[in-house]
Write a new protein. Structure first.
Length: 247
């Protein structure tokens, strides 16, 4: 039921990390994947990886903070699957956070998710086809971490936004769900998690390990495919039990 042959998927933030991995997973399941991000040079690497594994991928330049850029990326035939993954994280104490930093995080991580979901859903409705929108949130949207006030607020907003859109668009055959990764090892954070503070954080996770990107494959395919046909407005945490750890 997770076969995506014949489906068209859009993955934002696909130039590296989770977005690049998600593109490979969807392509391996049979989808034709449009990979989108601001860094077109890095998108070429994503396309090459997907193609080398026998998949199909097309690059498109996309800035989720630009309504015009989002409209252009979603102007063609409707996507069947949208993985709203683009996001940034700026840490630091709230008392010292510049207004520009707050606005940048909210505009990218929350408003950007809305723009892409709205544009993609409009095409689905116009063509009278259903689809699946998976908004990538975070466990920090469900339980806060220090010095991440803007990121936590944005990801909590993504979770509630996903529920609100699920309610509005259910009768159009559009499912909207939120995927909330915990601490997942990527090339960008590997050095931190090898340090003593990083190791201390890992010891607080009930499974006593970091998540690997492959740990998200099953939940992603569940939400993207017909295997999750009766799921909308759901929030799935993939965190090794971090959210249920003792306070």
């Amino acid at each position: 039921m997770t076969d995506l042959t014949g489906r068209r998927a859009l993955v934002t933030g696909a130039s590296s990390g989770l977005g690049r991995h998600f593109a490979q997973v969807l392509a391996a399941a049979g989808a034709e994947v449009t990979v989108a991000a601001r860094r077109t040079d890095a998108l070429a690497e994503t396309v090459a990886l997907v193609t080398a594994q026998g998949g199909r991928a097309l690059p498109v330049a996309l800035d989720v903070t630009s309504p015009e850029s989002v409209a252009a990326a979603c102007a063609g035939a409707p996507f069947d699957i949208v993985i709203n993954n683009a996001g940034i994280a700026l840490d630091g104490p709230a008392l010292k956070m510049p207004d520009a930093d707050w606005s940048r995080v909210i505009d990218t991580d929350l408003s950007g998710v809305f723009r892409v979901a709205q544009a993609a859903a409009a095409r689905m409705v116009a063509e009278k086809v259903g689809g699946s929108i998976v908004n990538v949130a975070s466990i920090v949207g469900l339980r806060v971490a220090g010095n991440l006030s803007a990121y936590a607020a944005a990801k909590a907003g993504v979770i509630q936004l996903s529920k609100a859109l699920a309610l509005e668009w259910a009768r159009n055959g559009i499912r909207v769900n939120a995927l909330c990764p915990g601490y997942i090892e990527t090339p960008l954070n590997a050095e931190f998690f090898a340090s003593e503070p990083g190791q201390a954080l890992i010891r607080r996770i009930p499974q006593r390990r970091l998540g690997q990107m492959r740990d998200l494959d099953g939940p992603l395919l569940l939400l993207a495919s017909e295997a999750g046909a009766y799921m909308t407005g759901s929030v799935i945490a993939v965190d090794g039990g971090h959210l249920v750890s003792s306070l």
